[in-house]
Design a protein around this ligand. Structure first.
Ligand SMILES: [Zn+2]
Length: 555
Protein backbone atom coordinates (compact mmCIF):
# COMPACT_ATOMS: atom_id res chain seq x y z
CA UNK A 1 0.00 0.00 0.00
CA UNK A 2 1.17 3.48 -0.88
CA UNK A 3 0.12 6.74 0.78
CA UNK A 4 -1.17 8.20 -2.49
CA UNK A 5 -3.70 5.34 -2.67
CA UNK A 6 -5.55 6.69 0.35
CA UNK A 7 -8.89 8.32 -0.45
CA UNK A 8 -11.44 9.91 1.80
CA UNK A 9 -14.37 7.73 0.81
CA UNK A 10 -12.23 4.63 1.15
CA UNK A 11 -11.27 5.61 4.67
CA UNK A 12 -14.24 7.31 6.16
CA UNK A 13 -17.83 6.11 6.33
CA UNK A 14 -20.79 8.37 7.01
CA UNK A 15 -23.92 6.92 8.53
CA UNK A 16 -26.69 8.18 10.75
CA UNK A 17 -24.79 10.98 12.38
CA UNK A 18 -21.64 8.94 12.68
CA UNK A 19 -18.42 9.59 10.87
CA UNK A 20 -16.08 6.67 11.20
CA UNK A 21 -12.59 5.90 10.11
CA UNK A 22 -12.65 2.13 10.13
CA UNK A 23 -14.32 1.89 13.51
CA UNK A 24 -12.72 5.01 14.99
CA UNK A 25 -15.29 7.69 15.43
CA UNK A 26 -14.35 11.12 14.13
CA UNK A 27 -16.06 14.48 14.42
CA UNK A 28 -15.70 17.56 12.26
CA UNK A 29 -14.76 20.75 14.05
CA UNK A 30 -15.40 24.29 12.94
CA UNK A 31 -12.18 26.21 12.47
CA UNK A 32 -13.64 29.42 13.80
CA UNK A 33 -14.83 27.66 16.97
CA UNK A 34 -11.34 26.22 17.42
CA UNK A 35 -9.87 29.69 17.05
CA UNK A 36 -12.20 30.96 19.80
CA UNK A 37 -11.35 27.95 21.94
CA UNK A 38 -7.64 28.62 21.54
CA UNK A 39 -8.09 32.26 22.49
CA UNK A 40 -10.13 31.34 25.58
CA UNK A 41 -7.61 28.71 26.53
CA UNK A 42 -4.75 31.19 26.36
CA UNK A 43 -6.75 33.67 28.44
CA UNK A 44 -7.62 31.10 31.06
CA UNK A 45 -4.47 29.07 31.55
CA UNK A 46 -1.86 31.27 29.94
CA UNK A 47 0.14 30.97 26.74
CA UNK A 48 2.54 28.26 27.95
CA UNK A 49 -0.15 25.90 29.23
CA UNK A 50 -2.39 26.50 26.24
CA UNK A 51 0.46 25.61 23.93
CA UNK A 52 1.14 22.47 25.93
CA UNK A 53 -2.52 21.39 25.87
CA UNK A 54 -2.87 21.90 22.13
CA UNK A 55 0.47 20.24 21.35
CA UNK A 56 -0.62 17.23 23.39
CA UNK A 57 -3.99 17.17 21.65
CA UNK A 58 -2.18 17.06 18.31
CA UNK A 59 0.18 14.40 19.67
CA UNK A 60 -2.67 12.05 20.67
CA UNK A 61 -4.39 12.66 17.38
CA UNK A 62 -1.25 11.81 15.41
CA UNK A 63 -0.64 8.75 17.53
CA UNK A 64 -4.21 7.51 16.97
CA UNK A 65 -3.95 8.07 13.20
CA UNK A 66 -0.62 6.24 13.05
CA UNK A 67 -2.01 3.30 14.99
CA UNK A 68 -4.98 3.11 12.64
CA UNK A 69 -2.81 3.28 9.53
CA UNK A 70 -0.53 0.55 10.81
CA UNK A 71 -3.47 -1.65 11.80
CA UNK A 72 -5.49 -1.21 8.63
CA UNK A 73 -2.98 -1.44 5.80
CA UNK A 74 0.13 -3.21 4.77
CA UNK A 75 2.59 -0.52 3.72
CA UNK A 76 5.35 -0.91 1.14
CA UNK A 77 7.85 0.62 3.56
CA UNK A 78 8.05 2.97 6.56
CA UNK A 79 8.35 5.99 4.26
CA UNK A 80 4.90 5.23 2.83
CA UNK A 81 3.51 4.85 6.33
CA UNK A 82 4.96 8.26 7.27
CA UNK A 83 3.61 9.80 4.08
CA UNK A 84 0.19 8.34 4.93
CA UNK A 85 0.15 10.65 7.94
CA UNK A 86 0.68 13.61 5.63
CA UNK A 87 -2.08 12.30 3.36
CA UNK A 88 -4.46 11.89 6.31
CA UNK A 89 -3.88 15.48 7.41
CA UNK A 90 -4.78 16.57 3.93
CA UNK A 91 -7.90 14.40 3.80
CA UNK A 92 -8.96 15.71 7.20
CA UNK A 93 -8.62 19.27 5.93
CA UNK A 94 -5.89 20.18 8.42
CA UNK A 95 -3.30 21.28 5.86
CA UNK A 96 -1.75 20.21 2.58
CA UNK A 97 1.15 18.31 4.05
CA UNK A 98 4.35 17.07 2.43
CA UNK A 99 7.09 14.94 3.85
CA UNK A 100 10.12 16.76 2.42
CA UNK A 101 13.08 15.11 4.09
CA UNK A 102 13.44 11.72 5.69
CA UNK A 103 16.88 10.67 6.80
CA UNK A 104 17.30 7.84 9.18
CA UNK A 105 20.05 5.78 10.63
CA UNK A 106 18.06 3.05 12.29
CA UNK A 107 20.96 1.17 13.95
CA UNK A 108 22.19 4.44 15.48
CA UNK A 109 18.61 5.49 16.31
CA UNK A 110 19.07 8.83 14.56
CA UNK A 111 16.27 10.48 12.61
CA UNK A 112 15.84 13.68 10.67
CA UNK A 113 12.48 14.61 9.12
CA UNK A 114 11.05 17.72 7.58
CA UNK A 115 7.35 18.38 7.02
CA UNK A 116 5.94 21.27 5.03
CA UNK A 117 2.36 22.47 5.56
CA UNK A 118 0.66 24.59 2.96
CA UNK A 119 -2.43 26.50 4.06
CA UNK A 120 -2.33 25.34 7.64
CA UNK A 121 -5.84 25.67 9.06
CA UNK A 122 -4.39 26.26 12.49
CA UNK A 123 -2.31 29.19 11.23
CA UNK A 124 -5.39 30.59 9.52
CA UNK A 125 -7.38 30.36 12.76
CA UNK A 126 -4.58 32.08 14.72
CA UNK A 127 -4.34 34.94 12.26
CA UNK A 128 -8.09 35.41 12.09
CA UNK A 129 -8.37 35.50 15.86
CA UNK A 130 -5.23 37.35 16.95
CA UNK A 131 -3.49 38.62 13.84
CA UNK A 132 0.13 37.83 12.87
CA UNK A 133 2.61 36.87 15.56
CA UNK A 134 6.36 36.62 16.02
CA UNK A 135 6.02 33.04 17.23
CA UNK A 136 5.29 29.97 15.09
CA UNK A 137 1.84 28.92 16.21
CA UNK A 138 0.88 25.57 14.63
CA UNK A 139 0.99 23.74 17.95
CA UNK A 140 -1.45 21.01 17.05
CA UNK A 141 0.40 20.30 13.79
CA UNK A 142 3.67 20.02 15.69
CA UNK A 143 2.03 17.68 18.18
CA UNK A 144 0.47 15.64 15.39
CA UNK A 145 3.77 15.24 13.50
CA UNK A 146 5.51 14.17 16.70
CA UNK A 147 2.78 11.75 17.73
CA UNK A 148 2.50 10.22 14.28
CA UNK A 149 6.20 9.78 13.57
CA UNK A 150 7.06 8.64 17.09
CA UNK A 151 4.48 5.87 16.80
CA UNK A 152 5.66 4.77 13.35
CA UNK A 153 9.36 4.84 14.13
CA UNK A 154 9.07 3.45 17.66
CA UNK A 155 11.18 6.28 19.01
CA UNK A 156 10.32 9.73 20.41
CA UNK A 157 10.62 12.30 17.65
CA UNK A 158 10.21 15.97 18.55
CA UNK A 159 9.28 18.62 16.02
CA UNK A 160 10.04 22.31 16.06
CA UNK A 161 8.28 24.68 13.68
CA UNK A 162 10.89 26.75 11.87
CA UNK A 163 8.70 28.68 9.49
CA UNK A 164 5.07 29.60 10.00
CA UNK A 165 2.40 31.48 8.09
CA UNK A 166 1.45 33.22 11.32
CA UNK A 167 4.89 34.87 11.18
CA UNK A 168 4.32 35.89 7.59
CA UNK A 169 6.23 32.99 5.99
CA UNK A 170 4.61 31.62 2.81
CA UNK A 171 4.23 28.17 4.36
CA UNK A 172 4.83 26.33 7.61
CA UNK A 173 7.87 24.09 7.95
CA UNK A 174 8.85 21.86 10.82
CA UNK A 175 11.90 19.76 11.52
CA UNK A 176 11.70 16.63 13.63
CA UNK A 177 14.55 14.72 15.25
CA UNK A 178 15.17 12.29 18.03
CA UNK A 179 16.26 13.79 21.34
CA UNK A 180 19.98 13.03 20.87
CA UNK A 181 20.09 14.49 17.39
CA UNK A 182 18.52 17.70 18.68
CA UNK A 183 20.92 18.13 21.56
CA UNK A 184 20.43 21.21 23.77
CA UNK A 185 18.20 22.94 21.22
CA UNK A 186 15.17 20.83 22.12
CA UNK A 187 15.25 21.36 25.90
CA UNK A 188 13.07 24.50 25.83
CA UNK A 189 10.50 22.68 23.70
CA UNK A 190 10.24 19.41 25.61
CA UNK A 191 7.76 20.64 28.25
CA UNK A 192 5.17 21.21 25.52
CA UNK A 193 5.16 17.51 24.73
CA UNK A 194 5.00 16.45 28.33
CA UNK A 195 1.92 16.03 30.45
CA UNK A 196 3.35 17.22 33.79
CA UNK A 197 1.06 19.56 35.64
CA UNK A 198 -1.55 19.43 32.89
CA UNK A 199 -3.93 17.50 35.12
CA UNK A 200 -3.93 20.16 37.81
CA UNK A 201 -4.34 22.84 35.23
CA UNK A 202 -7.21 21.00 33.62
CA UNK A 203 -8.99 20.65 36.96
CA UNK A 204 -8.59 24.36 37.55
CA UNK A 205 -9.60 25.00 33.98
CA UNK A 206 -12.77 22.95 34.28
CA UNK A 207 -13.70 24.82 37.43
CA UNK A 208 -13.29 28.09 35.62
CA UNK A 209 -15.23 26.70 32.67
CA UNK A 210 -18.07 25.80 35.03
CA UNK A 211 -18.19 29.38 36.24
CA UNK A 212 -18.04 30.56 32.67
CA UNK A 213 -20.90 28.21 31.78
CA UNK A 214 -23.09 29.64 34.53
CA UNK A 215 -22.22 33.11 33.36
CA UNK A 216 -23.09 32.15 29.79
CA UNK A 217 -26.37 30.58 30.87
CA UNK A 218 -27.31 33.81 32.61
CA UNK A 219 -26.35 35.83 29.54
CA UNK A 220 -28.29 33.47 27.29
CA UNK A 221 -31.40 33.82 29.44
CA UNK A 222 -31.15 37.59 29.19
CA UNK A 223 -30.47 37.42 25.49
CA UNK A 224 -33.41 35.14 24.84
CA UNK A 225 -35.62 37.57 26.63
CA UNK A 226 -34.34 40.44 24.55
CA UNK A 227 -34.09 38.62 21.26
CA UNK A 228 -36.93 38.24 18.90
CA UNK A 229 -37.70 34.96 17.19
CA UNK A 230 -39.62 31.74 17.56
CA UNK A 231 -36.94 30.29 19.83
CA UNK A 232 -38.35 32.34 22.70
CA UNK A 233 -41.66 30.54 22.47
CA UNK A 234 -41.93 28.04 25.32
CA UNK A 235 -42.78 25.13 22.99
CA UNK A 236 -41.16 23.81 19.85
CA UNK A 237 -43.09 25.17 16.87
CA UNK A 238 -43.05 23.36 13.51
CA UNK A 239 -45.95 24.96 11.68
CA UNK A 240 -44.64 27.53 9.19
CA UNK A 241 -47.63 29.81 9.48
CA UNK A 242 -47.31 29.89 13.25
CA UNK A 243 -43.57 30.55 13.01
CA UNK A 244 -44.32 33.44 10.70
CA UNK A 245 -46.78 34.87 13.24
CA UNK A 246 -44.18 34.55 16.00
CA UNK A 247 -41.68 36.40 13.84
CA UNK A 248 -44.19 39.16 13.19
CA UNK A 249 -45.05 39.34 16.87
CA UNK A 250 -41.42 39.68 17.87
CA UNK A 251 -40.91 42.47 15.36
CA UNK A 252 -44.01 44.28 16.51
CA UNK A 253 -43.10 43.85 20.16
CA UNK A 254 -40.40 46.52 20.00
CA UNK A 255 -42.91 49.21 19.05
CA UNK A 256 -45.79 50.53 21.07
CA UNK A 257 -48.42 49.94 18.40
CA UNK A 258 -51.68 48.30 19.37
CA UNK A 259 -52.05 44.71 18.34
CA UNK A 260 -55.23 42.83 17.59
CA UNK A 261 -54.97 39.07 17.98
CA UNK A 262 -57.74 37.01 16.43
CA UNK A 263 -58.44 33.32 16.36
CA UNK A 264 -60.71 30.67 17.82
CA UNK A 265 -61.08 30.11 21.54
CA UNK A 266 -58.08 28.44 23.10
CA UNK A 267 -55.56 29.04 20.31
CA UNK A 268 -53.15 30.86 22.63
CA UNK A 269 -54.05 34.52 22.17
CA UNK A 270 -53.12 35.41 25.74
CA UNK A 271 -49.85 33.47 25.53
CA UNK A 272 -48.93 35.45 22.44
CA UNK A 273 -49.89 38.74 24.10
CA UNK A 274 -47.71 37.87 27.09
CA UNK A 275 -44.87 36.99 24.77
CA UNK A 276 -45.12 40.35 23.02
CA UNK A 277 -45.06 42.02 26.42
CA UNK A 278 -42.05 40.00 27.58
CA UNK A 279 -39.89 40.97 24.63
CA UNK A 280 -41.05 44.57 24.52
CA UNK A 281 -39.37 47.51 26.22
CA UNK A 282 -42.26 47.35 28.69
CA UNK A 283 -41.27 43.93 30.00
CA UNK A 284 -40.36 45.34 33.42
CA UNK A 285 -43.81 46.91 33.68
CA UNK A 286 -47.07 45.12 34.56
CA UNK A 287 -49.04 42.82 32.25
CA UNK A 288 -52.75 43.14 33.01
CA UNK A 289 -55.35 40.76 31.59
CA UNK A 290 -58.97 41.82 31.37
CA UNK A 291 -61.66 39.46 30.15
CA UNK A 292 -64.34 41.81 28.88
CA UNK A 293 -66.88 39.02 28.43
CA UNK A 294 -66.77 37.90 32.05
CA UNK A 295 -68.20 41.10 33.47
CA UNK A 296 -71.51 42.98 33.18
CA UNK A 297 -71.09 46.38 31.56
CA UNK A 298 -71.22 48.58 34.66
CA UNK A 299 -68.76 46.43 36.54
CA UNK A 300 -66.55 46.22 33.46
CA UNK A 301 -66.39 49.99 33.20
CA UNK A 302 -65.47 50.39 36.84
CA UNK A 303 -62.91 47.57 36.57
CA UNK A 304 -61.32 49.07 33.49
CA UNK A 305 -61.33 52.74 34.32
CA UNK A 306 -61.72 52.90 38.12
CA UNK A 307 -64.10 55.11 40.06
CA UNK A 308 -64.36 57.92 42.56
CA UNK A 309 -65.78 57.22 46.04
CA UNK A 310 -69.54 57.73 46.09
CA UNK A 311 -69.92 57.65 42.32
CA UNK A 312 -72.30 54.71 42.69
CA UNK A 313 -73.89 52.90 45.60
CA UNK A 314 -71.19 50.35 46.34
CA UNK A 315 -68.28 52.71 45.58
CA UNK A 316 -67.16 53.32 49.14
CA UNK A 317 -63.70 54.57 48.22
CA UNK A 318 -61.58 55.71 45.29
CA UNK A 319 -60.62 52.82 43.09
CA UNK A 320 -57.91 52.65 40.43
CA UNK A 321 -58.93 50.80 37.24
CA UNK A 322 -57.08 47.97 35.51
CA UNK A 323 -55.90 50.19 32.65
CA UNK A 324 -54.35 52.57 35.15
CA UNK A 325 -52.79 49.61 36.94
CA UNK A 326 -51.13 48.70 33.69
CA UNK A 327 -49.35 52.06 33.55
CA UNK A 328 -45.86 51.53 32.12
CA UNK A 329 -46.82 48.06 30.90
CA UNK A 330 -49.30 46.21 28.71
CA UNK A 331 -53.05 45.72 29.06
CA UNK A 332 -54.49 42.67 27.35
CA UNK A 333 -58.19 43.02 26.59
CA UNK A 334 -59.62 39.62 25.82
CA UNK A 335 -63.00 39.21 24.07
CA UNK A 336 -62.92 42.82 22.94
CA UNK A 337 -65.69 42.11 20.44
CA UNK A 338 -68.20 41.92 23.26
CA UNK A 339 -67.79 45.31 24.91
CA UNK A 340 -70.62 47.84 24.93
CA UNK A 341 -70.70 50.96 22.71
CA UNK A 342 -70.14 53.15 25.79
CA UNK A 343 -66.97 51.26 26.72
CA UNK A 344 -65.84 51.25 23.11
CA UNK A 345 -65.90 55.03 23.15
CA UNK A 346 -63.95 55.24 26.41
CA UNK A 347 -61.41 52.79 25.12
CA UNK A 348 -60.93 54.85 22.00
CA UNK A 349 -59.98 57.73 24.26
CA UNK A 350 -57.29 55.63 25.88
CA UNK A 351 -55.86 54.80 22.48
CA UNK A 352 -56.13 58.29 21.03
CA UNK A 353 -55.45 60.60 23.96
CA UNK A 354 -53.60 58.21 26.27
CA UNK A 355 -55.86 59.19 29.12
CA UNK A 356 -58.68 57.70 31.17
CA UNK A 357 -61.56 59.08 33.11
CA UNK A 358 -62.50 57.34 36.34
CA UNK A 359 -66.26 57.00 36.91
CA UNK A 360 -67.45 60.04 38.83
CA UNK A 361 -64.39 62.14 37.99
CA UNK A 362 -64.24 65.03 35.55
CA UNK A 363 -60.52 65.42 35.10
CA UNK A 364 -58.84 62.79 32.91
CA UNK A 365 -55.67 61.06 34.06
CA UNK A 366 -52.70 60.38 31.78
CA UNK A 367 -51.89 56.74 31.33
CA UNK A 368 -49.02 55.06 29.48
CA UNK A 369 -50.14 51.62 28.39
CA UNK A 370 -49.87 49.47 25.36
CA UNK A 371 -53.14 47.81 24.40
CA UNK A 372 -53.23 44.31 23.01
CA UNK A 373 -56.76 43.20 22.21
CA UNK A 374 -58.07 39.80 21.28
CA UNK A 375 -61.27 38.39 19.94
CA UNK A 376 -62.73 35.23 18.45
CA UNK A 377 -65.44 37.30 16.79
CA UNK A 378 -65.37 38.65 13.29
CA UNK A 379 -64.86 42.32 14.12
CA UNK A 380 -65.03 43.40 10.49
CA UNK A 381 -68.52 42.00 10.32
CA UNK A 382 -69.47 43.71 13.59
CA UNK A 383 -68.19 46.97 12.12
CA UNK A 384 -70.34 46.41 9.03
CA UNK A 385 -73.31 45.69 11.31
CA UNK A 386 -72.45 48.87 13.25
CA UNK A 387 -72.17 47.03 16.56
CA UNK A 388 -68.46 47.82 16.79
CA UNK A 389 -66.95 51.26 16.25
CA UNK A 390 -64.99 51.47 13.06
CA UNK A 391 -62.53 54.05 14.44
CA UNK A 392 -61.81 51.82 17.44
CA UNK A 393 -61.41 48.81 15.18
CA UNK A 394 -58.71 50.51 13.14
CA UNK A 395 -57.01 51.87 16.26
CA UNK A 396 -56.85 48.37 17.70
CA UNK A 397 -55.68 46.58 14.61
CA UNK A 398 -52.63 48.66 13.77
CA UNK A 399 -51.07 45.24 13.60
CA UNK A 400 -53.31 42.24 13.36
CA UNK A 401 -52.21 38.70 14.07
CA UNK A 402 -54.48 35.81 13.20
CA UNK A 403 -53.67 32.63 15.08
CA UNK A 404 -54.48 29.35 13.31
CA UNK A 405 -56.54 26.73 15.07
CA UNK A 406 -54.81 23.63 16.39
CA UNK A 407 -56.26 21.41 13.62
CA UNK A 408 -54.67 23.78 11.08
CA UNK A 409 -51.25 23.06 12.60
CA UNK A 410 -51.30 19.28 13.21
CA UNK A 411 -47.49 19.11 13.25
CA UNK A 412 -47.53 21.08 16.49
CA UNK A 413 -49.96 18.81 18.35
CA UNK A 414 -47.30 16.40 19.61
CA UNK A 415 -44.74 18.97 20.74
CA UNK A 416 -47.55 20.78 22.55
CA UNK A 417 -48.83 17.56 24.12
CA UNK A 418 -45.32 16.75 25.34
CA UNK A 419 -44.94 20.27 26.64
CA UNK A 420 -48.13 19.88 28.68
CA UNK A 421 -47.03 16.46 29.95
CA UNK A 422 -43.84 18.12 31.12
CA UNK A 423 -45.83 20.94 32.71
CA UNK A 424 -48.15 18.46 34.50
CA UNK A 425 -45.15 16.44 35.64
CA UNK A 426 -43.94 19.57 37.39
CA UNK A 427 -47.07 20.90 39.00
CA UNK A 428 -48.60 17.51 39.85
CA UNK A 429 -45.20 16.40 41.17
CA UNK A 430 -45.06 13.33 38.95
CA UNK A 431 -41.51 13.65 37.63
CA UNK A 432 -41.68 10.34 35.72
CA UNK A 433 -44.94 11.17 33.92
CA UNK A 434 -44.84 10.32 30.22
CA UNK A 435 -47.09 9.96 27.24
CA UNK A 436 -47.40 6.49 25.76
CA UNK A 437 -46.89 6.26 22.00
CA UNK A 438 -50.32 4.62 21.63
CA UNK A 439 -51.89 8.01 22.44
CA UNK A 440 -50.36 9.69 19.40
CA UNK A 441 -52.95 8.55 16.84
CA UNK A 442 -55.81 9.66 19.06
CA UNK A 443 -54.28 13.08 19.59
CA UNK A 444 -53.57 13.50 15.88
CA UNK A 445 -57.00 12.31 14.73
CA UNK A 446 -59.06 14.48 17.02
CA UNK A 447 -60.32 17.84 15.69
CA UNK A 448 -59.62 19.87 18.86
CA UNK A 449 -62.53 22.33 18.72
CA UNK A 450 -61.25 23.83 21.98
CA UNK A 451 -57.75 24.08 20.54
CA UNK A 452 -54.62 24.29 22.72
CA UNK A 453 -56.61 24.91 25.87
CA UNK A 454 -58.57 21.70 25.27
CA UNK A 455 -55.34 19.80 24.63
CA UNK A 456 -53.85 21.10 27.86
CA UNK A 457 -56.96 20.11 29.80
CA UNK A 458 -56.99 16.67 28.16
CA UNK A 459 -53.40 16.03 29.18
CA UNK A 460 -54.03 17.17 32.71
CA UNK A 461 -57.15 14.97 32.86
CA UNK A 462 -55.08 12.00 31.71
CA UNK A 463 -52.20 12.83 34.04
CA UNK A 464 -54.52 12.80 37.04
CA UNK A 465 -56.20 9.52 36.03
CA UNK A 466 -53.18 7.55 34.92
CA UNK A 467 -51.36 5.02 37.02
CA UNK A 468 -47.64 4.18 36.94
CA UNK A 469 -46.87 7.62 35.49
CA UNK A 470 -47.86 6.43 32.02
CA UNK A 471 -50.58 8.19 30.06
CA UNK A 472 -52.48 5.64 27.93
CA UNK A 473 -55.38 6.30 25.52
CA UNK A 474 -57.86 5.09 28.15
CA UNK A 475 -56.84 8.00 30.39
CA UNK A 476 -57.63 10.63 27.79
CA UNK A 477 -61.12 12.19 27.85
CA UNK A 478 -63.56 9.91 26.04
CA UNK A 479 -64.51 12.65 23.53
CA UNK A 480 -61.01 12.30 22.10
CA UNK A 481 -60.86 8.53 21.92
CA UNK A 482 -64.50 7.94 20.91
CA UNK A 483 -64.19 8.53 17.15
CA UNK A 484 -61.03 6.50 16.78
CA UNK A 485 -62.45 3.67 18.83
CA UNK A 486 -65.43 3.56 16.47
CA UNK A 487 -63.04 3.37 13.54
CA UNK A 488 -61.07 0.58 15.14
CA UNK A 489 -64.11 -1.54 15.90
CA UNK A 490 -65.19 -0.89 12.30
CA UNK A 491 -61.90 -2.40 11.12
CA UNK A 492 -62.54 -5.42 13.32
CA UNK A 493 -65.97 -5.83 11.74
CA UNK A 494 -64.43 -5.96 8.25
CA UNK A 495 -62.02 -8.61 9.47
CA UNK A 496 -64.90 -10.57 10.91
CA UNK A 497 -66.69 -10.60 7.53
CA UNK A 498 -63.65 -11.94 5.73
CA UNK A 499 -63.19 -14.53 8.47
CA UNK A 500 -66.84 -15.46 8.04
CA UNK A 501 -66.30 -16.00 4.32
CA UNK A 502 -63.34 -18.28 5.02
CA UNK A 503 -65.36 -20.17 7.54
CA UNK A 504 -68.19 -20.60 5.04
CA UNK A 505 -65.88 -21.90 2.29
CA UNK A 506 -64.37 -24.34 4.77
CA UNK A 507 -67.79 -25.69 5.74
CA UNK A 508 -68.94 -26.15 2.13
CA UNK A 509 -65.69 -27.92 1.29
CA UNK A 510 -66.28 -30.23 4.22
CA UNK A 511 -69.80 -30.83 3.03
CA UNK A 512 -68.71 -31.76 -0.51
CA UNK A 513 -65.82 -33.86 0.77
CA UNK A 514 -63.34 -31.45 -0.78
CA UNK A 515 -64.96 -31.47 -4.22
CA UNK A 516 -64.03 -28.08 -5.67
CA UNK A 517 -66.47 -27.99 -8.64
CA UNK A 518 -69.41 -28.81 -6.30
CA UNK A 519 -68.12 -26.34 -3.73
CA UNK A 520 -67.90 -23.57 -6.34
CA UNK A 521 -71.37 -24.38 -7.54
CA UNK A 522 -72.86 -24.21 -4.03
CA UNK A 523 -70.99 -20.99 -3.29
CA UNK A 524 -72.18 -19.49 -6.58
CA UNK A 525 -68.69 -18.67 -7.77
CA UNK A 526 -66.51 -20.00 -10.57
CA UNK A 527 -63.96 -22.72 -9.91
CA UNK A 528 -61.23 -20.22 -10.81
CA UNK A 529 -62.50 -17.79 -8.14
CA UNK A 530 -62.59 -20.57 -5.56
CA UNK A 531 -59.08 -21.53 -6.56
CA UNK A 532 -57.92 -17.92 -6.09
CA UNK A 533 -59.59 -17.63 -2.70
CA UNK A 534 -58.05 -20.88 -1.54
CA UNK A 535 -54.66 -19.75 -2.76
CA UNK A 536 -55.00 -16.52 -0.79
CA UNK A 537 -55.97 -18.54 2.25
CA UNK A 538 -52.97 -20.78 1.83
CA UNK A 539 -50.72 -17.74 1.54
CA UNK A 540 -52.07 -16.46 4.83
CA UNK A 541 -50.62 -19.66 6.25
CA UNK A 542 -52.79 -19.36 9.32
CA UNK A 543 -55.52 -21.16 7.55
CA UNK A 544 -56.60 -24.36 9.22
CA UNK A 545 -58.48 -25.87 6.33
CA UNK A 546 -57.67 -29.56 6.19
CA UNK A 547 -60.20 -30.06 3.42
CA UNK A 548 -58.75 -27.22 1.40
CA UNK A 549 -55.30 -28.78 1.81
CA UNK A 550 -56.66 -32.02 0.41
CA UNK A 551 -58.08 -30.11 -2.57
CA UNK A 552 -54.60 -28.80 -3.38
CA UNK A 553 -53.11 -32.21 -2.69
CA UNK A 554 -55.19 -33.61 -5.49
CA UNK A 555 -53.89 -31.06 -8.00
ZN1 LIG B 1 2.50 27.32 11.17
Amino acid sequence: MRAEDLTLDGLVSFSRGKLELHGRRLIIHDLYALAQFRRDLIQMVGWEQARRILTRLGFFWGQADAAAMQRLFHWDNVTELLKAGAMLQMLQGVARTELKILRMDEPAGQYWLEFVWHDSGEAEACVSEAGPSEQPSCWKLIGYASGYTSFCLGKSIYFIEQKCRVKGDPLCLAVGKDIDSWGAEISGHLPYFQSADIKGKIIRLSERLKEKELELARERAQLEKALAGPNIFPVEVRNQRFIHILNLASRVAKFDSSVLITGETGVGKEVLARLIHQISTRSEGPFITVNCLAMPETLCESELFGHKAGSFTSASRDQCGLIEEGDGGTVFLDEIGDISPNLQMKLLRVLQEHEILRIGETRPRKVDVRIIAATNRNLEQKVAERTFREDLYYRLKVVSLELPSLRERPEDILPLARHFVHKCAKHLELPLLRLDATCVDYLMEYAWPGNIRELENAIEHAAVLCTDNLILPEHLPSTITKKMTAQISGAQLVKTLSAMENEHIRRVLELTGGHREKTAEILGISVATLYRKLKLLRQEKKSDLPTAQSVFARE
